[in-house]
Design a protein around this ligand. Structure first.
Ligand code: AP5
Length: 217
């Protein structure tokens, strides 16, 4: 099964991708995580992406389509994947359709996360991640100590805030989503792939809604 999680920044796509990947035997492919890793490693892609990401804009279609085209060829992705944060533009959606046709794989569903805009800002401003294990926390809803325990950082997270999680950049990211990514809702609805969920609920309730959306016909 190959799926896309679609929704605005802070909607919970990354959180839910991690919660369902094991249960469904899929691998999470997050363009945001891949780009942040490239920035940290100082690769040529990272050097190009850094300023754009910090401003809240979108990295070029050419770069992200190239990253995903390479990544879905890897062995673990052959079992099926969860795209988190990709596609974000019409050109990326067309690029995804072309690459899936090229490897003879379908796109099975696109799950749209609907969340109240005020809650998005609260979730994003409260988000922290551990510099050592990468696990995502939230000072309001999932503080350190929240199960499951972390074997990697031994539940002693060194919390950092993403450089693009400040108030000014968040507003820009939400505006960019509305302008460039929201049109994909109709794009996927027209193809019969869209499943909408109310993602304005606790973690477990949202997971259940995603799983139900994926099994609904
Ligand atoms: P990316 O990393 O993809 O960021 P995003 O789409 O803005 O999404 P977020 O990571 O902010 O939110 P999320 O929905 O994953 O929420 P999360 O689960 O963490 O992209 C970053 C940047 O990279 C982009 O701005 C762009 O520059 C570039 N980029 C990436 N992909 C690109 C592409 N395809 N094309 C071009 N550029 C690209 O949850 C948020 C917080 O809320 C967490 O703290 C979490 O604990 C908490 N939370 C989640 N769910 C719940 C819940 N149900 N109840 C309570 N708290 C919750």
């Amino acid at each position: 099964m190959n799926i896309v999680l679609l929704g605005p920044p802070g909607a919970g796509k990354g959180t839910q991708a991690k919660r369902i990947e094991k249960a469904l035997g899929l691998v999470q492919l997050s363009t945001g995580d891949m780009l942040r890793a490239a920035v940290k490693a100082g690769t040529p892609v990272g050097l190009q992406a850094k300023a754009v990401m910090e401003s809240g804009g979108l990295v070029s279609d050419e770069i992200v389509v190239g990253i995903i085209a390479d990544r879905i060829q890897e062995a673990d992705a052959r079992k099926g994947f969860i795209l988190d944060g990709f596609p974000r533009t019409q050109a990326q959606a067309d690029g995804l359709a072309a690459m899936l046709a090229g490897i003879g794989q379908p796109l099975d569903a696109v799950v749209l996360f609907n969340v109240d805009p005020e809650l998005l800002v609260k979730r994003i401003s409260g988000r922290r991640s551990c510099e050592d294990c990468g696990r995502v926390f939230n000072v309001h809803t999932a503080p350190p100590g929240t199960p499951p325990p972390c074997g990697q950082c031994n539940d002693q997270p060194r919390l950092v805030q993403r450089p693009d999680d400040n108030e000014a950049t968040v507003s820009k990211r939400i505006a960019v989503y509305e302008e460039q990514t929201r049109p994909l809702v109709d794009y996927y609805r027209a193809r019969g792939l869209l499943r909408e969920i109310d993602a304005d609920a606790d973690f477990a309730a949202v997971t259940a809604r995603v799983e139900q959306a994926l099994t609904a016909r």
